[in-house]
Design a protein around this ligand. Sequence first.
Ligand code: IMP
Ligand code: MG
Length: 176
Amino acid sequence: MVKEDKIKPLLTEEEIQDGIQKLADELNKRYENKEVYLICVLKGSVMFMVDLAKRLTMPVKMEFVKLSSYGSGTTSSGKVVAVDITLPDLSGKNVLVIEDIVDSGHTARFMIDYLNNRFKLNDFKFCALLNKKVKRAVEAEADYYCFEVDNKFLVGYGLDKDGCYRNLPYIGYIEV
Ligand code: IMP
Ligand code: MG
C-alpha cells in the first residue's frame, strides 16, 4: 500500500455484491435461455466480470479484451489503445460488454463502435458496474449499471491507481 494514499470507503463488499445480484436478476430475465458473449474490458472489469458471470443463468461465453486509456494519471488521456482485442467471429451473436466504470465515455464509445463495425451482432448491450456522474467527453452511456457515483477518483474492486488497489474487495476514493 502506498503510504500517502488515504482511501475513503464508498461501497462495501456487501453493497457491491447486492448491486451485482440485482443486475444479474435483470439480465437473467432479459436473456433467459439465449446464449450471450460477455466481453470483459481488462483490466479494471475483471472482478465485476467474475462476480456477475457466476450469477447468470443463461448460457454464457466469456471473452476478454485489453484496452488502455488512463496511462499512469488519474484523468482519461482521451485516447483508447486496444492492447489486445482478439475475438472470435461474433456476427449473429448476442454480446454484452462488461465494463467497470463509464467516466469520459471514450472507452465505452470505442467498444460500442468497434464491435458494431467489425461484426453484424444480433444483439448488443453495454453494462457497467459504475456510472460516474460527469459530463461525458463523448456521447456514450451504459444500457445497465449497478451504481451511480460522484466525480471522485475511485479505487478497489478492479479499479486502480498506478496499478495498485485492484484487489480490494470494496470501492473507495482517494483525494487527488
Ligand atoms: P472513460 O474512457 O473515461 O469512460 O474511462 C473508462 C476507464 O477509465 C475505465 O474502464 C477505468 O478503467 C478507468 N477509470 C475511470 N474512472 C476511474 C476511476 O475513478 N478510478 C480508476 N479508474 C478509472
Ligand atoms: Mg476499464
